[in-house]
Design a protein around this ligand. Structure first.
Ligand SMILES: NC(=O)c1ccc[n+]([C@@H]2O[C@H](COP(=O)([O-])OP(=O)(O)OC[C@H]3O[C@@H](n4cnc5c(N)ncnc54)[C@H](O)[C@@H]3O)[C@@H](O)[C@H]2O)c1
Ligand SMILES: [Zn+2]
Length: 363
């Protein structure tokens, strides 16, 4: 099997990200007791269970372990307290103890809710992430953020809880709907923008191959993205500093998601339009050149992501951005670019420029 491993360097809690192309779970990872205990509970959703559930359970069972699974409904609206409670009911009802391993198989929704269940059940049981969407492979499965939504806000209840292992089987992307795949590319492009100019150029040259889901290109893009994320997480696990750079385009993006009603635009789509706004603001701020701005818009457009934010009105945008968790001490902090490949967090931007960027949306 073609395989490339990375490590998230968190001292005693360091863990590998294994990127493979052919098997859902490489057999050697199931040898010994390093990652999986004798009892595994797979948490997945209906859609993913139908495609990959049996394969994963068979592989785990073939290694001599007991395996059971709990299947949740598919969709962001099930990332809530009821689903979490139903997972606890299952674990308690099946007398699952602290020595068990929870295996999250699915996209970011499954990873976040199963991760939070693992973080809290009996004060924490081992967690393995097997992400199956592009977004979860390059973003949510790495870094230990777990959460459920509250009726009053997204990801309002959660914990930092690192997995023991992340296994990325790029082959699972072959069944991912096109729109979900493209939305995941927004986060991939984000890494190029905030920290790796060469990677951004590589993405420009390889956008066609990526859209064709050419395995070599996909594996490279995932590896690069995970390596960027792992670097940042190792420096700032709980987001007191550089980790905030990962929110590039997200303050605008969250406003778009909330303003249109969650689910109208996919997260990655909103982030793409949000990154264009953030890049425009960076340009007005005197940093990003016209040429870089055009490259950002060009690449996002070429992969089929929206580059024009929806017109919600300036006041509504400001209002929605004000409710973002990234607001600290009443001052809005945004991630801006110096140039493609270099980002920083600041509250020192001109509100006139911000207004200008938002006014432009309606023109
Ligand atoms: N923890 C973090 O750091 C972090 C970071 C970013 C996003 N998130 C969270 O991730 C969630 C979004 O994740 P997502 O974009 O993966 O969405 P998702 O989990 O809803 O998955 C998208 C859709 O694809 C389906 N699917 C998954 N894998 C598939 C496959 N291989 N083949 C066919 N269909 C498949 C799912 O059933 C679902 O319908 C949000 O809740 C967001 O808050 C978390
Ligand atoms: Zn995101």
């Amino acid at each position: 099997m073609v395989r490339e491993d990375l490590t998230v360097g968190l001292g005693g809690r360091a863990y590998p990200i294994v990127i493979g192309r052919e098997e859902l779970i490489p057999r050697d990872l199931l040898e010994g007791r390093s990652f999986f205990s004798d009892r595994c509970v797979v948490i997945t959703n209906r859609t993913v269970d139908k495609i990959y559930g049996d394969r994963l359970r068979d592989a785990i069972a073939a290694s001599g372990r007991s395996v059971s699974s709990f299947v949740i409904e598919d969709g962001e609206r099930f990332k809530n307290q009821e689903t979490l409670s139903s997972i606890y009911d299952f674990l308690i009802g099946h007398r699952v103890d602290r020595s068990a391993t929870i295996v999250a198989l699915g996209g970011g929704v499954v990873g976040d809710v199963a991760g939070f269940a693992a973080a809290t059940y009996q004060r924490g049981v081992s967690l393995v992430q097997i992400p199956t969407t592009l977004l979860s492979q390059v973003d949510s499965s790495v870094g230990g953020k777990t959460a459920i939504n509250h009726p009053l806000g997204k990801n309002m209840i959660g914990a930092f809880y690192q997995p023991k292992l992340v296994v990325i089987a790029t082959e699972t992307l072959s069944t991912l709907p096109e729109r979900e795949f493209i939305a995941g590319l927004a986060e991939v492009i984000k890494y190029g923008l905030i920290m790796d100019r060469d990677f951004f150029s590589w993405l420009e040259c390889n956008s066609e191959a990526l859209l064709a889901r050419e395995p070599e290109s996909i594996a490279y893009a995932i590896r690069k993205s995970c390596s960027c994320k792992a670097d940042i997480v190792a420096k700032d696990e709980t987001e007191t500093g550089v980790r905030a750079l990962l929110n590039y385009g997200h303050t605008f993006g969250h406003a778009i998601e909330a303003g249109l009603g969650f689910g109208a635009w996919l997260h990655g789509e909103a982030v793409a339009a949000g990154m264009v706004l953030a890049t425009r603001l960076s340009s007005l701020n005197g940093d990003v050149s016209e040429d870089d701005l055009a490259r950002v818009v060009g690449l996002l457009e070429r992969v089929g992501l929206p580059v024009k934010a929806p017109g919600l009105g300036v006041d509504r945008y400001l209002d929605l951005m004000g409710y973002d968790k990234k607001v600290q001490n009443g001052k809005m902090r945004l991630v801006l670019l110096k140039e493609i490949g270099s980002a920083y967090v600041t509250s020192e931007f001109s509100s006139v420029s911000l207004n200008e960027v938002l006014v432009e949306i309606d023109h």
